[in-house]
Design a protein around this ligand. Structure first.
Ligand code: NAD
Length: 493
C-alpha cells in the first residue's frame, strides 16, 4: 500500500465522509510517516451497516468452517509474503526494535493459521447432543456466530492485537468492524488489503482508523453491533462497558495490569536478571502483562539489584531499525511525558532510583528513555500500585512466601504474575495462589496462541486466544424437539 488516507468499508477503499485526517509520527525522530483518514460517526454507521448486511444476507456465516479456513490461511500467507515490509512499518509506527516486530508479524500470521484449524474443527463439533431427563424430548446445543463484532485495539502490538480479535471472529463466522489505535493505524490497513486480496467477502471485515472519541465511541454505542471486543486501558474499558450496558451488548475486555514477579532466594541470579529485564524492558515496557513489580527475597536482594543495574546499563537504545538495538523509543509524546511524570512521582514518593529514567545522551530527538530501576519502593506508593506502561521496574524485598503472596496479590489488577524458584513444588504452589489470569514459572512474558489470555479483577473480562478466543465470538443455541406421539395434554385433554 502506498497511501493510508482511506477507510476500508464493505470491500472498498473510501475517503472519510467528513474528509478528516490525522497524522501518524515516527517516534524515533518525530517525523511524519503518513496522513491517515479519520473515521467519524458517519463512517462507523456505513461500516456497521455493511457488516450487518454481510452477516444477515452474505455467505460468510453460512459457509462451512473448512471454507472459512481457506480464506484465513490465505490471509496468513499474505501476511508472510509482506512480513519484512509489515515489520518495518510497525517499527516506524510504534518504535519497537525490528526483531521484536518480525516476531509480532510471525505470530500474527500464526494466529490466522491457528484459527483456520479451529474453524475446521468447528464443523465436527458445531452440534452436541444434550441428554434430557424427560425422554419425550431430544435436544442439541449448537454453536453459532455471535453476529457483528466491533473491535477496538491499542498501539503496543498493533497488528498482533488486531489478529487476536479478527482471526477468531472470522473463524466463528462473525463480521467485524475494527478500529485500530490512532497512534499505530498502518498495519491494520495493510491487514484489510491482505484480507481483500485473500478473497474475504465484502463487508466481513471493515477497518476504520480514527480517534477514540470520534470513531471508537460511536462504534461502541452503535445498535447494529452484537459484541464489543476491547483491548486498552481501564478507564476506556469502563466507558466501553457503560456503552455496552445500554443495549446489553456482549463484551470482552483486555485491560491493564501491574503484574508481580516473585523471586525466591534459591533462584539463579543470571536467569532472574534476564527474565526481570525481559519482563519489563521488552517492547519498551509497553506491555499489558509486563512484570513491573518485582519482589526479591531478602538474601538475594542486594546482589540481584547490582547485577540488574549492570546489565540494564548495557542495553542498546536507539531507532528500532538499527542493528543490535534492544530498546526503541516510546510510542508517542503523550506516553513519553506520562512515563517521565511517573518517574518524577516515584522519586517524590521516596523510592530509590538506581538507574535510568532520563533521555539517553546520544538521542536528541524522539521519545527515548533509559530504562529505570526503582528499589525499596513503598508498598502504598502510586508507582507500586499503578500501571506506568514504560521501561520502569519497581522492586521490593520480602522475607517469606506468605508475605510475598500477600504483597503480590495486593493490587486492583490481576492480568499476569510470575514466580521464580528452583523448588518446583513451591513455585507450583505459589502459582496456584496468585490472583492473575496468566502465571509464568521461571520466566516472564512468553505468550502462546494456544493458551488462554486475560485478566482477573480490573484487568478484564473474558479470555482471548486458544479455544477460549473462539468461544468469545460464538453463541450457544439449544434446539429442543418434542418426539413423543402422545398429545401434550395440558389445555386440550
Ligand atoms: P486506550 O484505552 O487509551 O486506547 C485503546 C483504544 O481505545 C484506542 O483504539 C483508542 O482510540 C480507543 N478509545 C479511546 N477512547 C475511547 C472511547 N471513549 N470509546 C471507544 N474507544 C476509545 O489504551 P492505549 O493507551 O491504546 O493502550 C494502553 C493500555 O492498553 C494499557 O492500559 C495496557 O495495559 C492495555 N493493554 C492491555 C492488553 C491486554 O491484553 N490485557 C494488551 C495491550 C494493551
Amino acid at each position: 500500500m502506498n497511501t493510508y488516507d482511506q477507510l476500508y468499508i464493505d470491500g472498498q477503499w473510501l475517503r472519510p465522509t467528513l474528509g478528516g485526517s490525522f497524522e501518524t509520527l515516527d517516534p524515533s525522530d518525530e517525523s511524519l510517516i503518513a496522513k491517515v483518514g479519520a473515521a467519524t460517526t458517519e463512517d462507523v454507521d456505513l461500516a456497521v451497516k455493511a457488516a450487518r448486511r454481510a452477516f444477515d444476507e452474505g455467505p460468510w456465516p453460512q459457509m462451512s468452517g473448512a471454507e472459512r479456513a481457506t480464506v484465513l490461511r490465505a490471509i496468513a500467507s499474505g501476511i508472510r509474503e509482506r512480513q519484512d515490509h509489515l515489520a518495518r512499518l510497525e517499527v516506524r509506527d510504534n518504535g519497537k526494535p525490528l526483531p521484536e516486530a518480525l516476531w509480532d508479524i510471525g505470530d500474527t500470521a500464526g494466529c490466522f493459521d491457528f484459527y483456520a484449524d479451529l474453524a475446521e474443527n468447528l464443523d465436527g463439533q458445531r452440534e452436541q447432543p444434550v441428554t434430557l431427563a424427560d425422554e419425550r424430548f431430544s435436544c442439541v446445543a449448537r454453536k453459532e456466530p455471535i453476529g457483528v463484532a466491533g473491535a477496538i485495539i491499542p498501539w503496543n502490538f498493533p497488528m498482533l492485537m488486531a489478529a487476536w480479535k479478527v482471526a477468531p471472529a472470522l473463524a466463528a463466522g462473525c463480521c467485524m468492524v475494527l478500529k485500530p489505535s490512532e497512534l499505530t493505524p498502518l498495519t491494520a490497513l495493510e491487514l484489510a488489503d491482505i484480507a481483500h486480496q485473500a478473497g474475504l467477502p465484502a463487508g466481513v471485515l471493515n477497518v476504520l482508523p480514527g480517534l477514540g472519541a470520534e470513531a471508537g465511541a460511536p462504534l461502541s454505542e452503535h445498535p447494529g453491533i452484537d459484541k464489543l471486543a476491547f483491548t486498552g486501558s481501564v478507564p476506556t474499558g469502563s466507558r466501553i462497558m457503560q456503552a455496552a450496558a445500554r443495549d446489553i451488548k456482549n463484551i470482552s475486555l483486555e485491560l491493564g495490569g501491574k503484574s508481580p514477579f516473585i523471586i525466591f532466594n534459591d533462584s539463579d541470579i543470571e536467569a532472574a536478571v534476564e527474565w526481570i529485564m525481559f519482563g519489563i524492558f521488552w517492547n519498551q515496557g509497553e506491555v499489558c502483562s509486563a512484570t513491573s513489580r518485582v519482589l526479591v527475597q531478602r538474601e538475594l536482594y542486594e546482589p540481584l539489584l547490582k547485577r540488574l543495574v549492570e546489565q540494564t546499563e548495557r542495553l542498546s537504545i536507539g531507532n528500532g531499525l538499527e542493528e543490535g538495538v534492544l530498546l526503541g523509543p516510546l510510542v508517542s509524546r503523550g506516553q513519553y511525558d506520562k512515563v517521565l511524570q511517573a518517574i518524577a512521582r516515584g522519586q517524590e514518593e521516596g523510592a530509590t532510583l538506581l538507574s535510568g529514567g532520563t533521555r539517553p545522551a546520544h538521542c536528541d530527538k524522539g521519545y527515548f528513555l533509559t530504562p529505570a530501576i526503582f528499589a525499596d519502593v513503598p508498598e502504598d506508593s502510586w508507582i507500586w500500585q499503578e500501571e506506568i506502561f514504560g521501561p520502569v521496574v519497581c522492586i521490593r524485598p520480602f522475607d517469606d512466601e506468605a508475605q510475598a503472596l500477600r504483597s503480590a496479590n495486593d493490587s486492583r489488577f490481576g492480568l499476569a504474575a510470575a514466580v521464580m524458584s528452583r523448588d518446583v513444588e513451591r513455585a507450583e504452589r505459589v502459582a496456584r495462589r496468585l490472583r492473575a489470569g496468566i502465571v509464568w514459572i521461571n520466566c516472564s512474558q512468553p505468550t502462546f496462541t494456544e493458551a488462554p489470555w486475560g485478566g482477573y479483577k480490573q484487568s478484564g473480562i473474558g479470555r482471548e486466544l486458544g479455544e477460549w478466543g473462539l468461544t468469545n465470538y460464538l453463541e450457544t443455541k439449544q434446539i429442543t424437539r418434542y418426539d413423543s406421539q402422545q398429545p401434550w395434554g395440558w389445555y386440550i385433554k
